[in-house]
Design a protein around this ligand. Structure first.
Ligand code: HPA
Length: 249
C-alpha cells in the first residue's frame, strides 16, 4: 500500500507517533521512518531531530528525509516547527500556520539539483489546501490558530540577538525558527505538498529576559497532544486527489 501522507515532527514530537520502524535507503544515506496508522490512514513519520533529539537544526539530513518520504509514495507532508514569536500579539503556546518564509540560513544544502538548472516556483511555498484544512480543523476544535505569517529561518544552533530580531521584524517576519528551510524548498522540488504547524514557544530574543532550550522543549511537550489531535483529523480530511493546489505541477 502506498503511503500518501508524511509527517515531519519537530522538537517534542519525537515519539508522538508509534509505528513500525523502516530504514529507507536514499542517495543521502539511510533514513529511519516510522510507519504508523492515524485513525484509518497509513502515515510515514520522521522525527526531524532523530528519536532522541540528537541532531541539531544545521545537521538535519533534510534531503534524505524528503527523499525517503517520496520513496514511500508520500505526496503530502505535514510538519511541525518550534518558533519564537516576533510579531506583537503572538504568545508562547499559540499555533501559527505560515504562508511564506524568509531564508537566513547560511550553510545548508538547498536543492536536489546540482547537475541541472532547476528553479522551482515558490510564489506559494506552503500548500494552500493543507494549510486550509489545518486551520479549519483547529477552529472546529476551538483551538486558537493564526492563519498566515512569515517564518524566518536562521542557521542556529544559537538563538538570535535582539538586533537580528529587530531586523527580522522590519523585514516582515512574524516568527523565527531554525528548521523550516530547506525542508519546504526540497518538498517543492519533489512536487510534494508541504505545510507546517508552528508552535510559538517563546518571545524572540530581546522580547523576553532570556531564551532557553529547556523552555522551548517544555512548551512543545505541553502542545504535543493537541498537535497530534489536530493531525489525526487533518489526515482524515486530506483528499486523495490533489486538485486544489499547484504543488505537484
Ligand atoms: N529562535 C529560533 N528558533 C527557535 C526559537 C527562537 O526564538 N524558539 C524556538 N525555536
Amino acid at each position: 500500500m502506498k503511503i500518501r501522507i508524511g509527517i515531519i515532527g519537530g522538537s517534542g514530537l519525537e515519539n508522538a507517533i508509534e509505528g513500525e520502524r523502516v530504514l529507507v535507503n536514499t542517495p543521502y544515506g539511510d533514513v529511519l521512518v516510522k510507519v504508523g496508522v492515524m485513525v484509518n490512514e497509513k502515515v510515514a513519520f520522521i522525527p526531524r531531530h532523530g528519536e532522541r533529539h540528537e541532531t541539531p537544526p544545521h545537521k538535519v539530513n533534510y534531503r534524505g528525509n524528503l527523499w525517503a518520504l517520496k520513496t514511500l509514495g508520500v505526496e503530502r507532508v505535514i510538519a511541525t516547527n518550534a518558533v519564537g514569536g516576533i510579531r506583537d500579539g503572538l504568545n508562547p503556546g499559540d499555533l501559527l500556520i505560515p504562508h511564506d518564509f524568509i531564508d537566513f540560513t547560511k550553510g545548508r544544502t538547498y536543492t536536489f539539483y546540482d547537475q541541472k538548472a532547476v528553479h522551482v516556483d515558490l510564489t506559494t511555498p506552503y500548500c494552500p489546501e493543507i494549510r486550509r484544512i489545518i486551520i479549519e480543523v483547529a477552529e472546529e476544535m476551538g483551538i486558537k490558530i493564526w492563519d498566515g505569517g512569515v517564518y524566518v529561518c536562521t542557521e542556529g544552533p544559537r538563538f538570535e540577538t535582539p538586533s537580528e530580531i529587530r531586523m527580522f521584524r522590519l523585514l516582515g517576519a512574524d516568527v523565527v525558527g531554525m528548521t523550516g528551510v530547506p525542508e519546504v524548498i526540497l518538498a517543492r522540488e519533489l512536487k510534494m505538498c508541504y505545510a507546517t504547524i508552528c508552535v510559538i514557544t517563546n518571545y524572540a530574543a530581546g522580547m523576553q529576559k532570556r531564551i532557553s532550550h529547556e523552555e522551548v522543549n517544555e512548551i512543545m511537550r505541553g502542545k504535543t497532544r493537541v498537535i497530534v489531535e489536530i493531525m489525526n483529523k487533518v489526515v482524515q480530511r486530506i483528499p486523495v486527489e490533489r486538485k486544489n493546489c499547484m504543488c505537484g505541477l
